[in-house]
Design a binder for this molecule. Structure first.
Ligand code: CAA
Length: 384
């Protein structure tokens, strides 16, 4: 598929590029060092409509398409991957799930606040013993009158500490396996809900990743998303969109690494000439750009299918698999091109390399993407 972006899509890209390079980029290295959550920048992003991009205007959002969202998210990731992952989970997973599964009341209550950046969202699916296999989660939700009582621990929750609300999955009926999992909106401050261990990570350091602990936490029954038993489908559908988001982040970071490499190669001299003159290095740059372009095409293709309302699970997994592995290769090459300097914190490629490392892991590892893709191709996923 050949992409011709619309004027509106290009305008959004140009607007976010200008904003991100002016406002977000200058403090990204400092944030990586201090681990300070980008709360102020997220407020500014909300003012530009970036925190409810695909939410319809009726609920306070921009009503933009997924292609515009990919363009915008890539521009944020180009400047700060930590900020981008907060934007990605908030938009692709939290807003979209409430939009898709929330009652009219929940949509009216939460979407305008999320789109305005007054609330930031997180998603609690993973548990200490349930990562790639979320069906084996053990958090429970037991109905008691007009409430559900939640007990359990969620792990590796992006924005767990700084989010104002979390979509949490829990078992309402153990015997039904994935059909016994339900999803709830739980607000920060609800008694029995607290933030646990804060991870000290290799990359994405300004985005907090935490445990969430539910200890007899009472959630209003009307905060159930969809029906009892819809939680697993909600999570899988949300992750389809989320995987496009991770692909967009991969494209942004890879583009930053490529641009930095080109600029460095043109100014660094060795053996009496700019290193950009050496064929070995020129080929590295050609490979980086080609892989990046392939990832962009896969991602845009999945985004276009989502916009057309076609099932895009396989395409989202292909895009996520390829783009996340691509950015790991591209950022490694960027360090190689920078030589010893690339291994120091004086050059941003060092941060790009660390930030990119988790992209092949979160929102489904590369191995899980291959499971999804092969299940779709072979149809009978139980074939050995
Ligand atoms: N869309 C809609 N429905 C889907 C679906 C999708 N993409 N994928 C599966 N389903 C449905 C199936 O149709 C099936 O429905 P029925 O009950 O009607 O039959 C049901 O869900 C079960 O499907 P499977 O039998 O295929 O499920 P499975 O147990 O074999 O698991 C899996 C499939 C792909 C391995 C899945 O478990 C998976 O994606 N695992 C990875 C989880 C993951 O990505 N975790 C990351 C968490 S978030 C994070 O990283 C941090 C953060 O803060 C964002």
């Amino acid at each position: 598929m050949l992409f011709r972006f619309t004027d509106e899509q290009l305008m959004i890209q140009a607007m976010v590029r200008e904003f991100a390079r002016k406002v977000i980029a200058p403090t990204a290295a400092e944030r990586d060092r201090t681990k300070e959550f980008p709360a102020d920048n997220l407020k500014k992003m909300a003012e530009l409509g970036l925190m409810g991009m695909m939410v319809p205007p009726a609920y306070g959002g921009e009503g933009a398409d997924t292609i515009s969202y990919v363009l915008a998210l890539s521009e944020i990731a180009y400047c700060c991957a930590s900020t981008a992952v907060v934007m990605s989970v908030h938009n692709s997973i939290v807003c979209e799930s409430i939009l898709r599964y929330g009652s009219e009341e929940l949509k009216k209550t939460y979407l305008p606040k999320l789109a305005a950046g007054k609330m930031i969202g997180a998603f609690g699916l993973t548990e200490p013993e349930a990562g790639s296999d979320p069906v084996s989660q053990i958090t429970t939700a037991v109905r008691d009158g007009n409430e559900y009582v939640l007990n359990g621990t969620k792990r590796f929750t992006t924005t767990g500490k700084n989010a104002h609300l979390v979509i949490v999955t829990a078992k309402t009926d153990e015997s039904l396996r994935h059909q016994g999992i339900s999803a709830f909106i739980v607000k920060k401050g609800t008694p029995g809900f607290k933030v646990g261990h804060l991870e000290d990570k290799m990359g994405l350091r300004a985005s907090d990743t935490t445990d969430l602990i539910f200890d007899d936490c009472r959630v209003p029954a009307d905060h159930l998303l969809g029906q009892e038993g819809d939680g697993f489908k909600l999570a899988m559908t949300a992750l389809d969109g989320g995987r496009i988001g991770i692909s967009a982040q991969s494209i942004g970071v890879a583009q930053a690494a490529l641009d930095a490499s080109i600029s460095y190669a043109k100014q660094r001299s060795q053996f009496g000439q700019k290193i950009a003159k050496f064929q070995g290095l020129r080929w590295m740059i050609a490979d980086m750009a080609t892989e990046l372009e392939a990832a962009r095409q896969l991602t845009m293709s999945a985004a276009a299918m989502k916009d057309q309302g076609t099932r895009y699970t396989r395409q989202a997994s292909m895009a996520k698999l390829f783009a996340s592995e691509m950015v790991n290769r591209v950022t490694a090459k960027a360090i190689q091109i920078h030589g010893g300097y690339g291994f120091t914190k004086d050059y941003e490629v060092e941060r790009y390399y660390r930030d990119a490392r988790v992209f092949t892991i979160y929102e489904g590892t590369s191995e899980i993407q291959r499971v999804v893709i092969s299940n779709h191709l072979l149809k009978d996923k139980r074939t050995p």
